[in-house]
Design a protein around this ligand. Structure first.
Ligand code: GAP
Length: 437
């Protein structure tokens, strides 16, 4: 299978089985925006829960935050986004083409669309999405949809220190929507104009920054591996000095081997003390950290692991995709890590016309449903029902048959190996929970 074929298959499966739909599809779609269907919403929620658990609940040194998307416009002046968050654009001068293009995406000086060689002067095109607040639409009402969640953390630094009595080093984590008017959205949900970020700003004494930077690189790389990404599909790429923002002391990307090539999932950056100093300057507030024992004041350095939820979900989907031939037929299976699988268990009656079997299957489903995401399906023969569940990555199928009525046991089938085991109904929930961890 060629790599473009693989991507086509994943996009088709995502639509057919309710993971991801084109935004506003009935109106012809909206470029750069995607909707998550019932199973995609579960997958994305599981990715976010796994991240929050790993960086907030399972650590003593990170707290969470949920700041507003709309922020005071001065925020973006302080952060540099108003001036610097731009791509250089040119227009093709061929009147039959007139395409607007990113200056760095010309094909050896030629228009990738028509081959033309004449362009307008390059102009900066700011990527922030503008809207206006309140009843008047003038320059004083302009606000931006945040292009990153990070600034919501920096402007709340003092609030968190004061309310939570945090001592250095500590971090603030936040996930949520961000918006960028990307010139060339594409590669399915990889580059979009509306997306979700998962970001941590980790504040530490300047002399500890290098060590914390290295620790966060390891922790974030390990997170993807622990959730099932194959080692050979994940790598770290340290930025060259000339790639770094002027204030950054280092940056390393976690990259995934997508069908369209190695691409960034997450960046871990040492942002020095730039952001807090900028916000102190623009707001007039003292944003230094004061040591409660020595009373010494310092601008902490910041290590920023910044990932994309949609990109992570796409990588988990691609990595889980698996094809094999079973009894001369193609079996497509999404081998999601159990924590990420949208559905954990499907309860299936072997004979849908047998009232006792159906009643027992429904009873088992309604009990399991209290503890794990569970579905009931009796709309096809058992072989077909198994394939359907494999294709969406359901970890276990529980089959209720005639024998189950007599011996109160069911057949549990594991997705990856298709191996089956007879388990007493009384032990079923405990058995599944143990395997699903
Ligand atoms: N605060 C730092 C920051 O925003 P970034 O590299 O611009 O850094 C961080 O973005 C992460 O957000 C990326 O690694 C990616 O996962 C995600 N991301 C950025 N732009 C995106 C887009 N247009 N579509 C989907 N995800 C995006």
């Amino acid at each position: 299978m060629t790599q473009p074929d693989l991507m086509d298959k994943i996009v088709a499966l995502a639509k057919r089985r309710g993971f991801i739909f084109q935004s506003s599809e009935i109106y012809g779609g909206l470029n750069g925006a995607w909707d998550y269907g019932p199973l995609g919403a579960e997958l994305k929620r599981n990715v976010k829960n796994a991240w929050w658990q790993s960086v907030v609940h399972h650590r003593d040194d990170v707290v969470g935050l949920d700041a507003a998307i709309l922020m005071h416009p001065r925020t973006w002046e302080a952060s540099g986004h108003t001036v610097n968050f731009a791509d250089m654009m040119v227009d093709c001068k061929n009147t039959e083409c007139s395409k607007r293009l990113r200056a760095d995406q010309l094909n050896n000086g030629k228009c990738p669309s028509c081959g033309g060689t004449l362009f307008t002067e390059a102009r900066a095109f700011n990527l922030m999405l503008k809207t206006s607040l309140g009843a008047m639409e003038d320059s004083s009402s302009v606000v931006y949809l945040r292009p990153e969640t990070a600034q919501g953390i920096f402007v709340n630094f003092a609030n968190v220190v004061d309310s939570m009595h945090r001592k250095l080093p500590f971090g603030i984590a936040q996930m949520g929507k961000s918006f960028r008017n990307e010139i060339t959205p594409g590669n399915f949900t990889f580059r979009t104009r509306e997306f979700e970020q998962m970001e941590i700003e980790y504040f530490c004494p300047p002399q500890e920054a290098e060590q914390k930077y290295r620790e966060w690189i390891d922790a974030r790389f390990g997170w993807y591996i622990n959730l099932g990404i194959k080692k050979e599909n994940l790598r770290l790429r340290e930025h060259h000095k000339d790639e770094l923002a002027h204030y950054a002391a280092g940056c390393t990307d976690v990259e995934y081997n997508f069908p369209f090539g190695w691409s960034e999932l997450e960046g871990i950056a040492n942002r020095t003390d730039y952001d807090l100093k900028q916000h102190a300057k623009f707001s007039g507030k003292d944003l230094q950290y004061q040591d409660p024992v020595t009373n010494e004041k310092v601008y902490p350095f910041v290590i920023e692991p910044s990932g994309g939820c949609d990109r992570a979900a796409l990588a988990f989907l691609v990595d889980a995709y698996h094809e094999e031939t079973v009894n001369d037929a193609l079996r497509v299976v999404l081998k999601f890590h159990p924590q990420l699988a949208p559905i954990k268990v499907a309860v299936l009656p072997l004979l849908k016309k047998n009232d006792s079997i159906v009643a027992l299957a429904k009873k088992i489903k309604s009990e399991l449903q209290k503890e794990m995401v569970c579905v009931y399906d009796d709309t096809a023969a058992i072989g077909k029902l198994y394939r359907r569940q494999d294709e969406v990555g359901t970890v276990f199928c529980v089959t209720v048959d005639v024998q189950s009525i007599q011996d109160q046991q069911v057949t549990v089938r594991f997705r990856d190996t298709m191996q089956q085991e007879r388990i007493p109904i009384a032990r079923l929930s405990g058995y599944l929970k143990e395997k699903l961890i």
